[in-house]
Design a protein around this ligand. Structure first.
Ligand SMILES: CCCCCC/C=C/C(=O)SCCNC(=O)CCNC(=O)[C@H](O)C(C)(C)COP(=O)(O)OP(=O)(O)OC[C@H]1O[C@@H](n2cnc3c(N)ncnc32)[C@H](O)[C@@H]1OP(=O)(O)O
Length: 365
């Protein structure tokens, strides 16, 4: 039977609603928005409620998703709802629709940040590949904790890297969207405090800090590179800080470190206009130490790092201290200022619009 000829009955619709309650895995915000919109369209017809205020993130996203369905007939919405639920059910997950990466999603016992210590190297790995290693609030806290532990463990150097095709897509944008409207200001304040503590942990880190950039890097994981001692990148890595596009502003001390590293004009191109750099361009600007072909990247980099980790540990520490200590006070002041400015940005209409666009980009069916 052709798809257009199919019509879900009331019973199919009811079954789909019950099936949804049994889903083991959270389908994610975008799918939930689609389901919400289709349900409303199937039961009430075209969107008939006033548009919620800009500050009412969640209801505005729901309204946008419903409104985007326009005059879609109730029966079609009902069928699309049934089809969507069916595509999420465990039986279809076990079919060929299952993406190989699903095995890497957070399961009980698995971690979004993996810390290992071997051969004198503490490795802190972003491990949320299905979300391009976007950093959630709890991941920021785990990283602060991991850095504190690494600063006193037996390792000589500490390395950040990412699992999967991305190094990291930066801040998880849903950190700011799953917030009830009456706690937006408090959320912005708490995020600013957390961000300050997070960046301080990098400024104060006493051992050589190395980034192994395995793929694209976005936002805060790029700005932080100014606080790393060495940055190795695969030639498939890119470096992107789309702050203006997001109605936000630089953090990670980049407003200070980037102009020092690459000069004010090149820094402005990245931090103000969001120019995305290739690994080669980032290397030419001094943000990246060396670029390796993807085919030999892991082997070459880890061989080199293992050799470096055999150097006398105290000497490594002392040399880093000499290079960085003069800047520490300034960096803490820059960090504080950037966090204050960002707190204001997160409450701005420009930022709220950008976040809503991200959340609802795939819910416009
Ligand atoms: C304590 C708070 C501190 C705040 C510090 C301030 C920090 C600022 C920043 O870091 S700004 C940078 C923020 N990041 C972004 O703007 C990137 C947003 N993501 C994207 O643009 C794209 O997802 C992409 C270019 C990274 C990848 O595109 P594509 O290859 O098409 O993949 P998908 O978009 O389908 O992504 C797969 C899956 O991952 C989810 N996802 C990816 N990045 C993020 C993210 N940053 N936040 C939340 N979710 C993200 C995406 O929604 C998809 O999820 P789904 O499978 O649809 O459920």
């Amino acid at each position: 039977m052709s798809r257009t000829a199919m019509r879900a009955s009331e019973k199919d619709f009811e079954n789909a609603r019950n099936q949804l309650k049994l889903l083991m895995k959270d389908p994610g915000n975008e799918v939930k928005l689609k389901l919400y919109a289709l349900y409303k369209q199937a039961t009430e017809g075209p969107c008939n409620t006033p548009k919620p205020s800009m500050l009412d993130f969640i209801n505005k996203a729901k309204w946008d998703a419903w409104n985007a369905l326009g005059s879609l007939p109730k029966e079609t919405a009902r069928q699309n709802y049934v089809d969507l639920v069916s595509s999420l059910s465990p039986s279809s997950e076990s079919s060929s629709q299952v993406k190989p990466a699903a095995a890497n999603e957070k399961q009980p016992g698995s971690e979004n940040i993996i810390v290992t210590s071997q051969d004198g190297i503490t490795k802190i790995m972003f491990n949320r590949p299905t979300k391009k290693n976007a950093i959630t609030t709890s991941m920021y806290k785990e990283i602060i904790h991991a850095l504190k532990a690494a600063s006193t463990d037996n390792s000589a150097i500490t390395v950040f890297t990412g699992n999967g095709d991305y190094y990291s897509s930066g801040n998880d944008l849903t950190n700011f969207t799953d917030v009830p409207p009456n706690s937006i200001e408090e959320t912005a304040k708490n995020a600013s405090i957390l961000l300050r503590e997070f960046v301080d942990a990098f400024i104060d880190f006493p051992k050589p800090l190395v980034a192994v950039i395995n793929g694209p890097a976005v936002g805060i994981v790029v700005t932080l590179l100014g606080l790393f001692d060495v940055v190795y990148a695969s030639d498939k890595a890119t470096f992107h800080t789309p702050f203006s596009e997001l109605g936000q502003s630089p953090e990670g001390c980049a407003s200070y470190t980037f102009p020092k590293i690459m000069g004010p004009a090149k820094a402005a191109e990245m931090l103000i206009f969001g120019k995305k750099l290739t690994a080669g361009e980032a290397c030419a600007r001094g943000l990246v130490t060396e670029v390796f072909p993807e085919s030999t990247f892991q082997k070459e980099v880890w061989t080199r790092l293992k050799a470096y980790a055999k150097l006398p540990t105290n000497s490594l520490r002392i040399s880093k201290e000499l290079i960085r200590s003069n800047e520490k006070e300034k960096l803490h002041a820059v960090n504080a200022e950037e966090c204050t400015v960002l707190q204001g940005r997160w409450l701005s209409e420009e930022c709220m619009n950008a976040l809503m666009n991200f959340v609802s980009r795939k819910s416009k069916l």
